[in-house]
Design a protein around this ligand. Structure first.
Ligand SMILES: Cc1ncc(COP(=O)(O)O)c(C=O)c1O
Length: 425
């Protein structure tokens, strides 16, 4: 039998160190919120492959749609011979996105490609170069995406100078101690110190910072950014790669706000485990780039488009955004009850909209000092007892829960029972 240890040792010999791994196991198979390793051990999956599996592992409708597409063709390159699943998905995304007016979409493969292309599109539409992003943000690891990403370690260290014309404003959150007013003031400083507003093509923000620790952008910030963009002809881009598709209790997290963006980036749970991303936006902005300037050999792969169409059906049929609300309430209620107990580690802020729930581990009860060591230990203990969990946050002391929205109450409670043990002092 192949063992996890064998595969780990082959991995270490053959695969680069720069690609990290949370657990030392290799998967054999997975269904909904459960995963089995190559030695037959079962795990509850609270990671969803980093926010990709809102519809769970191998949702039968997603698999059936992909199998049907497999029997027709797997690739033509949309730029060479078009196909209906791509066109239909663009139509459905345009109809769903919370942006008024005629919309158009472009499909790609990864989240980083979506954020990069959103910036390219904004630059083409405005004929400007500058971009403002936020500290603590994560927009991907490719050259332009990592320039947008607001975290040096481990995303920028040793990789040379970041691409120019990108500036970061502080993200307002209790953790950063920055208010909305201060954050907007910093953008004003950027306008004065680095690049006037007439040189800024886009402002890009996650409605809820994902890797940054599940901090939700305050409504007042979003209104302020919308105002700035309107005043100066700047494209307002939101990155919904992690928040998208039901996770926050609405299809898009932007539905929680009373302002809308010009462009939205999507990926991850859009295609239930198949590599697909997209940029959706106002047609007047999206259509400026010349033919050939956007796209990619595999961009909008037909198998991934078929999967995404099935994901959108499942979201609607199984009312997954509503289910996310209920899961979120259950998780937050459970965490609140556990937090007051003396036999568990010190848990601080419990936060996040819908089922995008996270909590901080701190050194002392009622304190704010981040405890990254204990956080690591909790994740390791959870894994040893059969629960796959992820951390996040700029101080590496946040535990995030991204359980599939299709998971049964029993499976979620089984996962929470393991988490309870892992949180014990
Ligand atoms: C908000 C956000 N944007 C972009 C990305 C990059 O996506 P990918 O890893 O598919 O390139 C991520 C990935 O975690 C993300 O969370």
């Amino acid at each position: 039998m192949t063992t996890n240890a064998d595969l780990l040792s082959r991995r270490n010999a053959a695969v680069v160190r720069g690609i990290g791994h949370t657990t030392p196991i290799s998967a054999s198979h997975a269904r909904n919120a459960e995963l089995w390793d190559v030695e037959g051990r079962r795990y509850i999956d609270f990671s969803g492959g980093i926010a990709v599996l809102n519809t769970g592992h191998c949702h039968p409708k997603v698999i059936a749609a992909v199998q049907k597409q497999l029997s027709h063709f797997t690739h033509t390159c949309f730029q060479v011979v078009m196909y209906e699943p791509y066109i239909e998905l663009a139509e459905r995304l345009n109809a769903l996105a919370p942006i008024a007016g005629p919309l158009k979409s472009a499909l790609f493969s990864t989240g980083a490609e979506a954020t990069e292309n959103a910036i390219k599109i904004a630059r083409a539409a405005t004929k400007r170069a500058g971009v403002i992003a936020f500290a603590g943000a994560f927009h991907g690891r490719t050259a332009l995406a990592s320039a947008l990403t607001g975290k040096v370690l481990p995303y920028k260290k040793d990789f040379g100078p970041a691409l120019p014309n990108v500036w970061h404003a502080p993200f307002p959150a209790p953790e950063t101690g920055v208010s909305v007013e201060e954050s907007l003031k910093c953008i004003d400083f950027i306008f004065k110190a680095d690049c006037g507003p007439s040189g800024i093509a886009a402002i890009i923000i996650e409605p809820v910072q994902g890797e940054g620790g599940f901090h939700q952008a305050p409504a007042e910030l979003m209104r302020g950014l919308r105002r700035l963009c309107d005043d100066h002809g700047i494209v307002f881009i939101v990155d919904e790669v992690q928040t998208g598709f039901g996770r926050t209790g609405t299809m898009f997290a932007m539905e929680h706000y009373d302002v809308s963006p010009d462009v939205i980036c999507v990926a991850k749970s859009l295609a239930g485990g198949f590599p697909l991303s997209g940029v959706i936006g106002k047609a007047s902005i999206m259509d400026v780039a010349d033919p050939g300037g956007l796209g990619g050999t595999y961009a909008g792969n037909p198998l991934a488009c078929a999967a995404a169409l099935a994901v959108l059906d499942v979201m609607e049929e199984e009312r997954l955004p509503q289910r996310a609300q209920r899961i979120g309430e259950h998780l937050r209620g459970w965490l609140e009850r556990v937090r007051v107990r003396n036999d568990v580690v010190a848990i601080a802020d419990i936060r996040g909209p819908g089922a995008m729930v996270a909590f901080d581990i701190v050194k002392e009860r009622n304190g704010r000092d981040p405890d990254a060591e204990t956080t690591k230990r909790i994740i390791q203990r959870a894994y040893e007892n059969g629960l796959i969990l992820l951390s996040c946050g700029t101080s590496a002391n946040t535990i995030r829960i991204l359980v599939p929205l299709t998971a049964s109450d029993e499976t979620i409670d089984e996962g929470l029972a393991i988490l309870e043990k892992a949180l014990a002092v």
